[in-house]
Write a protein that binds this ligand. Structure first.
Ligand code: RP5
Length: 161
């Protein structure tokens, strides 16, 4: 079965990245979590980016804050689709530094960047990528979207004044 790699620059990113973990658990998709720092463990980053596609991963979710080089550097090394999560970390000025570091990639090296602290959507997007070639996961995504719709319709009930 396809597996998602979830990496983050620091353990301090985990409370944000937990939402990606929760979504992958929801869709019953295998994943592995690791801490890989672009600045503190550059050799580990290089090894991870070079070999992730040979380790059974189909997608990588990478989260980092501040001068957030992890997602882009992994994208430079790996042929896999990379989803970047900008984290509003303690060293981030206002979150924009993380967003722009991950978003503004040069042509040829894409990182699918979600919203600030948007790890939930990163988990859903990873599931959707896997679901495009896995009918069982696709069915779960369809059910999830139906549930979202039902919740909104329910929430509107009782608003008739
Ligand atoms: C980034 O620096 C990490 O991704 C984290 O968001 C931020 C702060 O890291 P710590 O100082 O909390 O380890 O590289």
């Amino acid at each position: 079965m396809s597996k998602v790699g979830i990496i983050m620059g620091s353990k301090s990113d985990l409370p944000v990245m937990q939402e990606a973990i929760d979504m992958l658990n929801h869709f019953k998709i295998d994943f592995e979590v690791d801490i890989v720092s672009a600045h503190r463990t550059p050799e580990k980053l290089f090894d991870y980016g070079k070999h992730a596609h040979t380790r059974g991963f189909s997608v990588i979710i990478a989260g980092a804050g501040g001068a957030a080089h992890l997602p882009g550097m992994i994208a430079s090394l790996s042929p896999l689709p990379i989803i970047g999560v900008p984290v509003k970390s303690t060293n981030s000025i206002d979150g924009w530094d993380s967003i722009l570091s991950i978003l503004q990639m040069p042509g040829g090296v894409p990182v699918a960047t979600v919203a600030l602290n948007g790890a939930k959507n990163a988990g859903i997007l990873a599931a959707q990528i896997i679901g495009s070639s896995d009918p069982q996961v696709m069915d779960k995504i369809i059910a999830y979207k139906e549930d979202l719709k039902a919740k909104v319709i329910d929430s509107a009930k009782g608003l008739e004044y």
